[in-house]
Design a protein around this ligand. Sequence first.
Ligand SMILES: [Zn+2]
Length: 278
Amino acid sequence: MAELSEKTRAKRVDDNGAKMVRIFASEQIESTRTLADRVTEALMRKIVGEELPAGSQLPSEQLMAQSFGVSRTVIRESISRLKSEGLVDTKQGRGAFVRTDRTDVPLRIGINAEKPQTSLLHILELRLGLDAEIASLAAVRRTRDQMSTIEKALRAIDEASDAGGDAVAEDMEFHLAIAQATQNPFFFELIRFLGSAFYSGIAVTRANEGRLEALAKQTRVEHEAIMKAIMKRDAKGASAAARNHIEKASKRLLSADAEFWSNKAMQVVRNPKITARK
Ligand SMILES: [Zn+2]
C-alpha cells in the first residue's frame, strides 16, 4: 500500500513534469518565433531576392494582412522592423517603399539567363582558388570520420549515376564534405552560401557530362584523385587535383555545343532540379 502510493506520487511528479515540458515548449515557440518575426523574414526574402526591387512600393497593409493571414497590427510591426533595419521607408499616407539607398545590398552570385555559359565559367573561376585551398587544408586537417564521410559522398555520386540520376545533389555533398574537413566553418558556410549558384552550375556541367558518358567517367577519375590525396594527407596533391577538376570542368563547359546551350542548358538553369539525363 505504501509502495503503491509512492508509485502514484512518482507518477504525479512525472505527469507534472510532462505538463511543464509541454507548457515550456509552447512558451518557447511563442517567444522565439512570433508572427511578426515570420512576416518580417518573408518580406526580407522578397526584398533581398528582388521580388520587391529597390524603389518598389509594398502592397497595402490590408492586402498583406490578407495574403499572410495575419492582423494588420502584425504587418505594422513588421514594417517598423524593416524600417529600423534600413530596408524600407514609409511615406506619410503613401505606404511603404523599398529603399533605393539601402546599404545591405547582398552579394549576388547567380546565373545570368542571357549568358549562362559565361556566368558558369565565372563561377568555376571562383571555385578554382577556393576548391584548391579547401582540398589542401582538408588533406592536413581531416579527421578519420570526415574521411569516411568524403568516401561515402563519392560512392553516393556513383550510386546516383548508376541509378540514372544526374547526381547533382550528391556532387554538391562531396564538395561540402571536403569543405567540412578543413575544420574552418567559414569554408563550409561560403560554399553553402554560394550554394544555389554552385548548384545550378554543377547541374549544367553534369547535364553536359550526362550526355557524354566518357566525360562522366573523367569526372569520376578527378573526384577520386581529390579523395585519394586527402586520404594520403597529401596537401599539394589534393590542391592540384581539385584545381585540375575545376579546370577540366571549365573545359567541358566550353566544349559543349551550341545546341546544348540553347536547349538543355537553359532548361537546367531555369530549373536546376530537372533531371538532365534521359
Ligand atoms: Zn565535382
